[in-house]
Design a protein around this ligand. Structure first.
Ligand code: GTP
Ligand code: MG
Length: 195
């Protein structure tokens, strides 16, 4: 899909603030600072549309971005900063759970992990959770520009093992800096939309 027009729609903390139409949505989940907002900007070629920051916890609400009136990318608040596994009453749990558990528009959840590091306990819980809710859980390993090429296969293998991924489970590699993986992610989104 060639995006002509992307725009921010709304920043929501509860269900009645979500867009009401039936456009398909794809959500970005992952630890604070992993690069969810940066990935959205890379995908839509808009450097500052989704706000990013080197300080974790930048995105604290669910932000909806419309792409040509055809679909939406959904930027979720990061965890790690307020742990997933802890009290569900914490901001993160409430905001994200109410979106993920009952959102008919939601076609797929992308789980972003940092290619350099082993997944955290929260990442593993999140992956399990996404799959329990019936999504494939596409894993996107970010910040590929920060590792040497010689490390790539080693890191991919480690991530697959630590997340308990099967060979058919999808792992994509991206860098918001070098734009690596942009077309791989788009190919995947297009295949989802065609289903
Ligand atoms: P929260 O909103 O806090 O949950 O974080 P986020 O996951 O949205 O992360 P964000 O996109 O704000 O990026 C966090 C920091 O990592 C920023 O300083 C980005 O510039 C940087 N960053 C994101 N993606 C990449 C990448 O692929 N490569 C490099 N080198 N830096 C990146
Ligand atoms: Mg963010």
């Amino acid at each position: 899909m060639k995006i002509q027009n992307s725009r921010f729609i709304i920043s929501a903390v509860k269900r009645d603030q979500y867009p009401e139409d039936l456009l398909p949505e794809i959500a970005m989940a992952g630890r604070s600072n992993v690069g969810k907002s940066s990935l959205i900007n890379m995908l839509i070629n808009r450097k500052g549309l989704a706000k990013t920051s080197s300080t974790p916890g930048k995105t604290q609400t669910i932000n909806f971005y419309d792409l040509d009136g055809k679909m939406r990318l959904v930027d979720l608040p990061g965890y790690g900063y307020a742990r997933v596994s802890k009290d569900k009453k914490s901001g993160w749990g409430k905001i994200i759970e109410s979106y993920l558990v009952d959102r008919p528009n939601l076609m797929e959840v992308f789980l972003l992990v940092d290619l350099r590091h082993d997944p955290s306990e929260d990442d593993r819980l999140m992956y399990e959770w996404i799959r329990t809710f019936g999504y494939k859980g596409i894993v996107i390993a970010t910040k590929a520009d920060k590792i040497k090429n010689s490390q790539l296969q080693i890191r991919k293998k480690a991530l697959r093992e630590k997340l308990g991924m099967d060979p058919e489970d999808v792992l994509l590699i991206t860098s918001a800096d070098s734009r690596k993986g942009k077309y791989d992610v788009w190919d995947f989104i297009n295949s989802l939309l065609e289903q």
